[in-house]
Design a protein around this ligand. Structure first.
Ligand code: SF4
Length: 296
């Protein structure tokens, strides 16, 4: 390319959501004051950030590690939240809990709890659209006292009884368009029941910080020649957003860190955009920008 140096821009909408930021700040404060903390599961789905925090002294607990905690040990609950039984188990063991459950998730847990109580009275059920096995789903189902059915694909709707009342919620990080499709199908199936009566109540509970990212990455990806999308390999939000970027801009490259950058990607680029998931740390995107700067 000519002597013109490509312009590099970090996506202003990329990086930690407020819930993850808050949980990481809690971990850092605990590490400063106590020198150690155990987090129930990975605090964020990003290998580089996990390495940084583990280097500062954070330990990641597996689901069964709650059973072996000693009185006085310090446990951090991450942004996804946990079911009520986990709080009880930790309290019974006299563990010092720091609860970094995201306030948005906490409010959803309360709504699900209330909905479950109402549905139990009228013989109805709570339906939650989300990823089975995800920590947030486990917390929501726990708050429904087991009276919740988790749906992750439209074909699973056949197992629901549409003659009975139903309250529908979504995991906060689900895809808004897919949730809309699921809800439309639920409503149309409910209308086809014998009474023709719709007893379904839909709640839109996808976090705005997630749903706003899709149109933002679409715009950002379309305004650069090359996109470097930085994400942990386990981040579902990362996979989803990187997919949108790739759809809009064929020159989207997904990396977990600067070591994966290839100078050939930038040979014909006038503008290079760097974006990431809601679990990608700002410092990592800046590191990527510096590395690209040194390559071009
Ligand atoms: S995505 Fe939204 S609900 Fe989930 S942790 Fe982040 S701010 Fe909270």
């Amino acid at each position: 390319m000519d002597n013109l140096k490509p312009r590099i821009e970090i996506d202003p909408s990329a990086g930690f959501c407020s819930g993850v930021k808050r949980a990481i700040e809690s971990a850092e404060n605990l590490l400063k004051s106590a020198g150690e903390v155990s987090c129930l599961g990975e605090i964020v789905h990003n290998e580089a950030e996990m390495d940084r925090l583990e280097g500062l002294g954070m330990r990641v607990m597996g689901p069964d590690d709650t059973k072996i905690q000693k009185a006085g040990s310090k446990v951090l609950i991450r942004a996804h939240g946990v079911p009520p039984e986990t709080y009880k188990e930790l309290k019974d063991k006299q563990v010092v809990i720091t609860d970094a459950t995201c306030p948005v998730v906490l409010r959803l847990q309360q709504k699900v709890k209330q909905a479950s109580a109402e549905m139990l009275q009228v013989g109805g059920t709570v339906v939650i659209y989300g990823k089975p096995g995800h920590a947030e789903i486990a917390g929501l189902v726990g708050n429904a006292s087991g009276n919740a059915i988790v749906i992750s694909t439209p074909d699973q709707l056949d197992s629901l009884d549409f003659t009975k009342p139903m309250m529908v919620f979504s995991q906060t990080t689900s895809d808004l368009n897919l949730y809309r499709e699921i809800c439309d199908t639920i409503l149309s199936l409910a209308r086809k029941t014998a009474t023709g009566e719709t007893k379904v109540m839909i709640h839109q509970t996808i976090c705005g910080q997630v749903s706003r990212r899709a149109p933002a990455i679409e715009k950002f990806a379309g305004s650069h020649d090359v996109i470097i999308f930085v994400s942990g390999s386990d981040s579902s939000n990362g996979k989803y957003l990187a997919g949108i970027s790739k759809f809009v801009n064929d020159h989207t490259y997904i990396v977990t860190g600067p070591g994966q950058l290839n100078p050939e990607w930038f040979a014909k680029a006038y503008t290079i955009g760097i974006s990431g998931a809601t679990s990608t740390p700002q410092w990592l995107m800046q590191q990527i920008a510096s590395e690209i700067e040194s390559m071009i």
